[in-house]
Design a protein around this ligand. Structure first.
Ligand SMILES: [Fe+2]
Length: 212
């Protein structure tokens, strides 16, 4: 492996969520570990190609394929960490407190928390395989919600993930039918660790008046 070292899968204690079973989480942790492993594998294989400080023409097809897969595996690893980190063992409080930074940011960016939530939930219900992510633009504090296809298509460079919701079917299939994604989204909201969300906002530049 390269001198930067390999990634280690993190451990998460999320037992007792409401509406998302421990069985689902155990399976989900295993999938996450797979992304960590593949991120390391790809990095190692690519390191082997570039060890001689050049990419030979005949190596180009294999090198390209491995490199193209990096975005999928890396984002698969990192987004799952954001997702597990914004869930709270034992279940959360539902909506954030009225005086929270998040409430201020959502109101400044969308007019109200309810409008922000309608957008975020709407994205979560979109057909396809992916994620709903609320990002903050560190340049002006503004929040915006985005649909991410697979793990890597639709992320905004430089924006900070504030709230990350996995809507791949594996996130809920043991607990709900495929068509019951709205029920899973409802369950997700009851388990949000709003303290973790607040921390992410505070690590950014803070909430400023949203501007175009
Ligand atoms: Fe997932």
């Amino acid at each position: 492996m390269s001198s930067t070292g390999s990634y280690k899968a993190r451990q998460f204690n999320l037992s007792g969520l409401k509406g998302i079973s421990d069985q689902t989480l155990e399976m989900h942790f295993k999938l996450y570990e797979g992304y960590v492993k593949e991120t390391n594998n790809l990095t190692e294989k690519i390191s082997a190609f570039i060890g001689d400080a050049k990419v030979d023409q005949e190596e180009m097809p294999a090198y390209s394929e491995l490199t193209r897969r990096l975005g999928f595996e890396y984002n698969g690893m990192v987004l799952h960490e954001y997702y597990f980190d914004n869930l709270q063992s034992g279940g959360g409080i539902g909506d954030p407190s009225k005086t929270s930074e998040f409430m201020n940011a959502a109101t400044a960016s969308f007019g109200s928390y309810d409008v922000w939530k309608a957008d975020f939930v709407g994205i979560g219900k979109m057909r396809g395989v992916g994620w709903a992510i609320c990002y903050q633009n560190p340049a002006n504090g503004r929040l915006s919600n985005h649909w991410i296809t697979l793990h890597e298509t639709g992320n905004v460079a430089g924006f900070t993930p504030i709230l990350v919701m996995d809507v791949w079917e594996h996130a809920f299939l043991l607990d709900y039918k495929p068509a019951e994604r709205p029920k899973y989204i409802e369950a997700f909201f009851t388990n949000i660790a709003w303290d973790a969300v607040e921390e992410r906002l505070k690590k950014g530049k803070g909430v400023q008046t949203a501007r175009a």
